[in-house]
Write a protein that binds this ligand. Sequence first.
Ligand SMILES: Nc1nc2c(ncn2[C@@H]2O[C@H](COP(=O)(O)OP(=O)(O)OP(=O)(O)O)[C@@H](O)[C@H]2O)c(=O)[nH]1
Ligand SMILES: [Mg+2]
Length: 377
Amino acid sequence: MGPSTPPSTPQASASTEKKKPIAIIAIGMAGAGKSTFVQRISSYLHSQDPPSPPYILNLDPAVTHVPFEANIDIRDTVNYAEVMKQYNLGPNGGILTALNLFTTKFDQVLGLVEKRAETVDYVILDTPGQIEIFTWSASGAIITDAIASSIPTVVAYIIDTPRTTAPATFMSNMLYACSILYKTKLPFILVFNKTDVQPHSFALEWMEDFELFQAALASHAGSTDAEGEPTYMNSLMNSMSLVLDEFYKNLKAVGVSSMTGDGIKEFFEAVQGSRMEYENEYLPDLLRARAAREKTLNDAKADSMGRLMKDLEIDRAKNPAGALADRWDPNEEEDADDEGPEINIVDRSEERWPGQYVDVTRARRHDEEEINWPRPG
Ligand SMILES: Nc1nc2c(ncn2[C@@H]2O[C@H](COP(=O)(O)OP(=O)(O)OP(=O)(O)O)[C@@H](O)[C@H]2O)c(=O)[nH]1
Ligand SMILES: [Mg+2]
């Protein structure tokens, strides 16, 4: 045999050679520390050798101050206070509508992100304070799916550790995380934040051994009734802890302090581990689902096209002159009225701050602006 060239798989090598960033979507209850966390991981990446500045998207239209310098900021695109006024909405409706308007232009955002794909290692998304606005809205799902089908994506579920030490609160928070995992089906990292105030070891213990959790539950006030029998709530939570036990097996958990930077390195190790998970589990599912969707769509198109052509043939045979008069005149003006309101995405790093790193702890928006959006009550 002559000198053999190694068997080449052009598609496989092309996909691994082309560098792709990882998207991190920070999701969590109001005040869990999402924005502080995004700021912290951003400054961690800046401090790497060589520095690896991330591409950051702020999706919270109602925030007055972000502690990081966003490359794309929803506030540059939609004015949340104006939306509230114009559509007669309360704070949450305003945030949701602002997010919906922004999502109509998400193709532009994707374009900007893809342009950076070769030079950036991480794309980070900070989401609105009210968790359900992102996790239970059409636009949240569209944004998540759009990003996840374009680059490897992980969800960082930020937990306010000091506020989840009560077993019942812990369980509610985990159930919420569980619902997001099953909705997004993306690699998932539980980020126990604020470990400077409360170490997260109790959470890891409960997750590893549900009997420890049940013991904690039993020792909590209100878990037994007057006769000393476990209450309904208590037995419900006991059985749910068994369900969650299964859920925990699919997750990574890290403890961090966005304040001190503790645990951020471990977080990035978990993120890197998730890339494999994305490629082996999520991506094949996504491609399968997309192929199925396209096939249904194409079948439907072919079917209606076939029927349309048949109708036209009959029509033409019946009335040849009418069919000719019905033809489209290419010189006719096209209707330009169906354009939506003018919304445009701004990449700040291309406009005002070309690749410039601003001290994130002191970051401010445009200096000449004195906008102070009210926070949702
Ligand atoms: N001690 C401590 N406090 C933290 C930590 N991370 C965030 N905080 C504080 O928690 C509060 C909320 O932080 P944010 O980053 O605004 O939380 P968020 O989830 O973005 O809040 P919303 O977007 O308003 O829902 C702030 O006062 C932070 O200073 C941490 O690791 N340790
Ligand atoms: Mg925030």
